[in-house]
Design a protein around this ligand. Sequence first.
Ligand SMILES: Cc1cc2nc3c(=O)[nH]c(=O)nc-3n(C[C@H](O)[C@H](O)[C@H](O)COP(=O)(O)OP(=O)(O)OC[C@H]3O[C@@H](n4cnc5c(N)ncnc54)[C@H](O)[C@@H]3O)c2cc1C
Length: 467
Amino acid sequence: MRIISSKKMVHSETHREVVERNRRWSDYLRKRQIVSEALEKNTEQIRLSKRTTSNLFRYKNRQHQATRAIPLKDFDHVIALDQGRQTLNVEGLATYESIANYCLARGFLPTVTPELKHITIGGAICGIGIESTCHRYGFVHDGLIEADLLLPSGEVVTCRADNEYADLFYALANSYGTLGYILRTVIQLCPVKPYVHVRNIRYSNINSYVDAMEDATVEGTDDYIEGLFFSDRELYLTVSSQVDDPPYVDDIYGKNTYYKTLRTREEMYLKTKDYIFRYDPDWFWNIPDTALFNLFRQLAPKSLRNSGAYNRYVQFKQKLMKLLRVRPDNTEEQLIQDWEVPWDRGKEFVRFLLGAVDIQGQPWVALPIRTLKSPTLYPLKAGALYLNIGCYCFAKRPDADEDYHYTKLLDKKCFELGGLKMLYSSTFLDEADFDRIYNGQSYRALKQKYDPDDNAPTLFEKTVKAR
Ligand SMILES: Cc1cc2nc3c(=O)[nH]c(=O)nc-3n(C[C@H](O)[C@H](O)[C@H](O)COP(=O)(O)OP(=O)(O)OC[C@H]3O[C@@H](n4cnc5c(N)ncnc54)[C@H](O)[C@@H]3O)c2cc1C
């Protein structure tokens, strides 16, 4: 992994900071002991209980099969930042917002910091986490150095790439808590500057767009690379760099909406924290573009302009509609998914999805990702370049009688092209195909070794059956 060297002097800790670090470490050990003892002799299926809203997304509400909730909400603190090693020791349920606040104050960020503030570090490792630094640093899990895992039996093990739990270490990505819960991690950081210079270039055909993204990736001089595209004639490539002294600073709250601004501006300067969480205030583009919500955009305090608050509002609205027996709009279907296809099949995938799906004027997201490792349960090729495509909105429902037609169509195309899809959203594979694609044979061996009593659901049960 290429870590940019910091020009800053390594700060030596004050006595107070050492005391604080030791206190956080003792607190962590105490909490770990309590949760581990509480799980001893457990025979029930376990599930995670946490403070923040989940970003695990299912088209239909699902019932928890697991009966025993494991309260891990207090494992949400940073323990220590090591400036010399450029690493962060942090509890597994810490949100990226709290991690970013702590690290930015010291001139650092995790190598890959997902765009939604309430995603947690453990969730992003065991789900799959991405961002516009993936061309340089791979996925979130590529920055993992060490993890304390609470096994479903209550035992806590420390896994690293070079110790007796290396098999578990490499299987954490895409395990979704089915092999245990991360209580603490050590992750790689990189030094950052306080502002980001965003440059935005419009393309009007798919070939030159994907080629330009590849050129930027190969050149490697931009800190952040991503794209949004609305049609095969309106495609934006955004390449951004960290800066110390911007000529002005843009605001993405109030009247401004980041993704809309991209359609009209060729450049912007943002605070680094605003850049990282640029899609959070509108939960990508899910806050409706209506007079009422535009008023909300302008008047709501920042504490309510975030994906967590919006997520809670959507859940409340769904419950209310159910209670009032309001029938959902049948002309649309949700399409919230991420796919990775090998780079040389990227243009074909983009052409296919633009031809097949109408997402009603909303954008698709494109990201170049160069994986560093090949994790056991997310077996992309190490070192290869992939094109990630994300879609986070509603699609116009086709005449087809089947539910979630587009998810099935695009998943099938992605697998045909040799790609993988993330499993945070609904998936419709049968078990044999699932096993073939996500390395079921190795998974079963690991599950038998680390959860022989089946105290946690299997990956298939959790990500496909509970759709
Ligand atoms: C609309 C939408 C947009 C998204 N956008 C992005 C994005 O921009 N960037 C990005 O990187 N990802 C994105 N994701 C994916 C997201 O990172 C994953 O869904 C991730 O797993 C969510 O983590 P969470 O902390 O919210 O955990 P949860 O949603 O609460 O949990 C997700 C899964 O991980 C397990 N889990 C949670 N914490 C732990 C832990 N400590 N140890 C072990 N297992 C755990 C849970 O049991 C569950 O199976 C998006 C998802 C959605 C639905």
